[in-house]
Design a protein around this ligand. Structure first.
Ligand code: SAH
Length: 357
């Protein structure tokens, strides 16, 4: 038994079956054994590859988007250039390469990384050597009083979800317990969970699953209020859906393969798809502007991905040119990241039009 599994089993013995959100918090964020705390999970040698790791073009276009928003908004003070869950720091490094070309934008920005993993913070320091960066455990310590520009790529999917399932015409929370063989196993709460079930899903047949994301909602509401108060804008990019839906989207990935969600906690990346209608709803509640969700492929092409690829290819070797085409395909094709990944923008400034939607 792994150390983390033992800790989780002890917790269950003491407190009874555990909700999925608590399990995800243990598996991803346990200070000593949590998945993100102990390793760099990204890239070929890791467990999964994200868009900034596919190609520098991704971060460069995001940088251009942020710079365009900055110019349109006519922000004349300094501002926070913030990334939530910055991984290896690749995306921020690509953003800063573009920022160099707009000196006033670069000069007014101060870089803020919201990152819980000490291992990844170290990587980010390396990627951004030469830049002054500030690190935060969560957004509560981000400075107030100046506009907040941000990017969150594959961040929301890492925040924990909870699930409810209908059985015998009643809704119960899906909980994790221990079976007769000592293995972690899914079960249902004895108590009913009617208060947590939205109308669109309530009448679904027995066996249906509804996924709620209270931790995401809390993060989004806090962020939107900050944007409303201090001004700002940003992008959420993630895999997810835009229409109300039921069903289980939990996923565990190890070494680029799907694996069992409960097997070896702390050894696999755990995620759930992002409900983009939640982002729109939270923006409306905070009375700030929202665009999206767009497909990642369409968004990047509108920002000029094809042209950027041509420019890079003009100075590339034959092999590099091939790699650029492969990256372009991965980022945009329907069979790859093109439509599964969605993009939403929020902004507080009046009378501006965000590019790409
Ligand atoms: N945005 C990067 C990495 C995505 S992986 C990229 O696109 O390559 C998810 C990132 O979010 C990791 O850096 C992980 O350590 C971080 N993370 C996960 N949960 C977090 C939390 N609750 N608060 C802050 N960062 C978190």
């Amino acid at each position: 038994m792994t150390d983390l599994k033992e800790i989780i089993c002890n917790h269950i013995h003491l407190n009874g079956p555990m909700d999925i959100g608590t399990y995800m918090n243990f598996a991803l964020g346990h200070p000593e054994y949590g998945y993100y705390m102990t390793r760099d999970p990204l890239g070929k040698e890791g467990d999964f590859t994200t868009a900034p790791e596919v190609s520098q073009m991704f971060g460069e276009l995001i940088g251009a988007w942020l710079a365009d928003m900055w110019m349109q908004s006519k922000v004349d003070s300094s501002f926070l250039l913030t990334e939530f869950g910055p991984g290896r720091g690749t995306l921020m490094a690509d953003i800063m390469r573009i920022a160099k070309q707009i000196p006033a934008f670069e000069a007014a920005s101060s870089i803020h990384m919201v990152e819980t993993s000490p291992v990844l913070r170290q990587k980010q320091k390396q990627s951004l050597s030469g830049y002054e960066c500030n690190w935060h455990d969560d957004l509560s310590t981000l400075p107030t009083g100046v506009p907040l520009f941000f990017i969150a790529n594959e961040f929301l999917d890492a925040l924990p979800v909870r699930q409810y399932q209908k059985a015998n015409d009643n809704w119960h929370e899906r909980l994790i317990g221990i079976d007769d063989n000592g293995a972690l196993d899914f079960g249902l709460s004895g108590t009913l969970a009617v208060d947590n079930i939205p109308e669109f899903v309530a009448g679904k047949p027995n066996g249906s699953i509804y996924e709620a994301a209270p931790a995401r909602e809390q993060f989004l509401n806090t962020l939107m209020l900050r944007i409303k108060e201090q001004g700002g804008c940003g992008l959420f990019i993630d895999y997810g859906y835009t229409m109300d839906r039921d069903g289980d989207t939990l996923q565990a990935i190890q070494n680029h393969q799907k694996c069992d969600f409960l097997h070896e906690p702390g050894q696999a990346d755990l995620t759930a798809h992002v409900d983009f209608s939640m982002i729109e709803r939270c923006a409306a509640d905070a009375r700030i502007n929202h665009a999206g969700a767009a497909f990642q492929g369409a968004f990047l092409l509108q920002l000029g991905l094809q042209q950027r690829a041509q420019m890079l290819k003009a100075q590339a070797s034959e092999q590099q040119a091939k790699d650029i085409d492969t990256a372009l395909h991965r980022l945009t094709a329907e069979t790859q990241m093109g439509t599964l990944f969605k993009v939403s923008a929020i902004w507080s400034f009046p009378d501006i039009v965000p590019a790409g939607f």
